[in-house]
Write a protein that binds this ligand. Structure first.
Ligand code: R5P
Length: 283
């Protein structure tokens, strides 16, 4: 199988290729003088089994993915892995006149199989015109938390949307878990409702699918510390960490932030490559 990594997922594609015992295919990524994107896959893909791995945190990354799919037109089998799918959060019309952006994006992606990792809303998978599957990094995160050797940690989701994730992360580890109640006021401002949890002296791990502006996590950290938590750590699948998010979190008093390599950041210390490799091998 030929593994091709787009510009946003070079490391992850290399790790996945290695997990499958192969080398990633080289690509050239460039821009035309007018700013349009150019790419070229350095090997023939005609009649080959091909897997493209490309997260789409930016519009350019989405265009690169569409270009890669088009360049693989003659492949015998095409798998598309979108480890982090941008626009997945606009999964419904929140106000009249808005698009369902997740649907608009999904409709453009056609392949034999499509894989996402902890997509924001599973219902988005139904918008892809091809069979689409969601991979779950919860066990990977749980294993990492266990390796930190914290005594009796409490795992907390900052909102009800991440309740299932925190449950899956703690599954098999026997850790206590709970979730907070969040109201979003704007793109980067949220209010976390005070909840009477007994966190005094406990190590907390806040678990969410993604950290974008850091607003959700910063408010949660402040509340938990004010309630007497001994330390607050963060684990997420997608470390988007837009703008000054990391700074906001450290200012709020976080001990550490870990994420996976669905996005390639300094905080991406866990790799989802084994998950992807297993999914590609099939049942
Ligand atoms: C939303 O439901 C997500 O699970 C995250 O909680 C959210 O995207 C985080 O955004 P931010 O870091 O901007 O608060």
């Amino acid at each position: 199988m030929k593994i091709i990594g787009g510009p946003a997922s070079q490391l992850l594609a290399s790790r996945t290729a290695r997990a499958l015992g192969t080398e990633p295919v080289l690509c050239e990524f460039n821009r035309f003088p007018d700013g349009e994107l150019y790419l070229r896959i350095a090997e023939e893909t005609e009649n080959e089994h091909v897997t493209l791995i490309q997260s789409t945190p930016t519009d350019s990354d989405l265009v690169s993915l569409l270009q890669l799919i088009d360049a693989c037109e003659g492949a015998r089998e095409l798998n598309v892995v979108i480890p982090y799918m941008g626009y997945a959060r606009q999964d419904k019309k929140f106000k009249p006149g808005e698009p369902i952006s997740a649907r608009a994006v999904a409709r453009c992606i056609r392949a034999d199989r499509i894989f996402t990792v902890n997509i924001h809303e599973k219902s988005v998978l139904e918008h892809f015109p091809s069979p689409a599957y969601n991979l779950d990094a919860a066990k990977l995160i749980g294993k990492h938390i266990a390796s930190l050797g914290m005594e009796n940690p409490l795992l907390i989701a900052p909102d009800s949307g991440a309740e299932r994730l925190v449950k899956n992360v703690s599954s098999g580890l026997g850790y206590d878990y709970d979730h907070l109640e969040k109201t979003r006021l704007s793109g980067d401002t949220v209010v976390i409702k005070t909840k009477n949890l007994d966190v005094t002296g406990r190590q907390i791990v806040l678990v969410d699918d993604m950290i974008a502006t850091g607003g959700t996590m910063a408010e949660s950290i402040k509340m938990l510390r004010a309630q007497g938590a001994a330390g607050v750590h963060i684990a997420c699948v997608h470390p988007v960490l837009a703008r000054n998010a990391a700074l906001r979190l450290f200012n709020a008093g976080v001990k550490d932030i870990i994420g996976t390599d669905t996005l390639e950041k300094a905080e991406s210390r866990l790799s989802v490559a084994p998950l992807i490799a297993d999914a590609l091998k099939g049942p």
